[in-house]
Design a protein. Structure first.
Length: 528
């Protein structure tokens, strides 16, 4: 059976199916509806953005016998026989660029259409025509017969003579938005019955650089390797870099880990990724980080450093055309930010970057090490045994009724922190969900490992604020979803739970708040 590649198989046949270019589709459809048809059009823009497809759709609609709101019916003889119609002439100017080729067009324009309203000439890569060909073409292009339309397409508008441009209605096609390419790739995968991961299709959309044809070609090639399109398949066939790897690069920079940074960059280089695509992805990723830092009021030093990195890489990007050692230059620029004297970032600020999810990497060990180095104000000695005891105690008298009443208190507590603009507490509690609640204990499920770690490091502070606000005596424990899933695999609903003591995990001497409570009494203290 004849195999048709995906970009040809799913070439749009009407303006509604064309992805992107809404501004152009609107004008062309309205010109058909209002019967205001120009004699010459110039479609210009990057490759694979819909120029030729738009030209064919426009031609099909113009000659359709029963168009509806600027959309061809798809059922009349002209629609059904469009690909073989003698009244739609396609020409590639890259291989037909001589004056003789143009004279042949000039000789034929006076012949009336065979069975259509218009005779339409679609000339692709028109900038490839010779000067003599352009000169011969000018008069006919300016005053063709009333039933002849020229649609010229080019990827290099600078090479088209100004005298030609002045005779055409010009339409500038833009690179297609990645989200639109992503949505179309999902649609094609569904139609082709291909399994896929969203992250992989988003990477394909990124690699396509706004070109739908390239995106479908990449998908086509990947589909020949595997029926499931995922990042592993993509990486084994195309050089690419994931958001997680970019987060890791940034993590090495802020941690001043030169060995980790160099190793990460060289490993990405080995995938064969194009240096410009790599830097472009770093810039996109780091700009998003900078925006999130401002939104979430994260460390000024980290923001300033990120701004310097973005500026430096943007300047490097413009120099790559003249360098054959792009990766070496990139490596040099990035390691220059290790131990950056102007923007030293403390462990506390790194913890803040992680807890507010500016980076999305598995930093469990690193965060724990940071917390251990700054645990002098913790009343609880956070460890696996302590967390397990808290989980056990939560299950002793847990019930749906306790959970329902607690949810109301928890939501009010979140609103209180919003109102008081207590950002560090809000960023923890707003990303947790009460999972199991008893009369005095609550197990709080977090959205990430880092939130769990930072939440438990501030456990006593959060408990105190919550209990003061609600006049209650709850004790909390934070766990992440992954921990919860592991716990539920061994959970026995028939098990009888008994309260376990946790005194050995409480250090009153290290915590000034606890010491004040012991001296003056908890009821006489107010924590702001």
């Amino acid at each position: 059976m004849y195999y048709k590649v995906l970009y040809r198989k799913y070439r749009p046949t009407n303006f509604d199916d064309l992805v992107g270019q809404d501004h152009i589709k609107g004008i062309l459809k309205n010109s058909i509806i209002n019967n205001k048809i120009a004699h010459a059009y110039m479609f210009t823009g990057p490759r694979g953005t819909g120029k030729t497809s738009s030209a064919k759709i426009f031609a099909r609609t113009l000659n359709c016998l029963n168009p509806n709101a600027g959309i061809p019916c798809g059922e009349c003889d002209n629609c059904l026989n469009f690909s073989t119609s003698p009244d739609v002439i396609e020409m590639d100017a890259a291989s037909n660029n001589s004056v003789d080729d143009i004279r042949e067009i000039i000789d034929n324009v006076s012949v009336a259409p065979t069975n259509s309203k218009y005779k339409i000439y679609i000339i692709d890569e028109v900038h490839m025509l010779s000067n003599q060909a352009w000169n011969a073409f000018l008069k006919t292009l300016e005053e063709p017969p009333h039933n002849v339309i020229f649609i010229l397409a080019t990827t290099d508008i600078q090479k088209v003579p100004i005298t030609v441009l002045s005779r055409c209605q010009r339409f500038d096609f833009q690179r297609i938005d990645r989200s639109l390419i992503f949505d179309n790739l999902k649609r094609v995968c569904d139609l082709e019955k291909l399994e896929y991961e969203d992250d992989a299709l988003m990477e394909v959309a990124y690699l396509s650089d706004g070109c739908m044809r390239d995106a479908l070609s990449i998908l086509d090639q990947l589909s020949k390797v595997s029926n499931k399109i995922n990042l592993e398949v993509l990486k084994s066939n195309y050089g690419t870099v994931s958001s997680k790897e970019l987060d890791l690069i940034y993590t090495y920079i802020i941690k001043n880990d030169i060995d980790g940074l160099v190793t990460a960059i060289r490993a990405i280089k080995e995938t064969g990724i194009d240096i410009k695509i790599f830097i472009d992805k770093i810039l996109d990723n780091f700009i998003d980080k900078a925006i999130n830092m401002k939104k979430k009021n994260v460390s000024t030093a980290a923001f300033n450093q990120l701004k310097k990195i973005i500026k430096t890489l943007n300047e490097l990007y413009s120099k790559l055309t003249y360098s054959s050692n792009g990766f070496l230059l990139l490596e040099l620029e990035l390691i220059s930010f290790i131990n950056d004297e102007d923007n030293q970032i403390s462990n506390r600020e790194i913890n803040q970057i992680i807890s507010r999810e500016i980076i999305q990497v598995d930093t469990k060990v690193d965060v724990n090490q940071m917390l251990k180095s700054d645990n002098s104000n913790q009343i609880y000695k956070i460890c696996d045994d302590f967390i397990n005891i808290r989980i056990n105690n939560t299950f002793v008298n847990c019930s749906k009724e306790f959970k329902t009443s607690f949810l109301d208190l928890w939501n009010k507590f979140i609103e209180k922190n919003k109102l008081d603009n207590i950002i560090d507490i809000l960023n923890i509690v707003s990303k947790t969900t009460p999972q199991v609640v008893s009369d005095n204990y609550a197990l709080l499920l977090t959205t990430s490992e880092s939130i769990k770690i930072v939440g438990n490091s501030k456990l006593y502070e959060i408990e105190s604020k919550f209990n003061t606000f609600n006049n209650s005596t709850y004790k909390f424990v934070f766990i992440c979803k992954q921990d919860w899933d592991v716990f539920m695999k061994t959970y026995d609903k028939n098990k009888k739970y008994d309260i376990m003591e946790e005194d050995e995990f409480i250090s009153a001497t290290n915590n000034p708040v606890k010491m004040a409570e012991d001296i003056f009494g908890a009821d006489k203290l107010k924590i702001d």
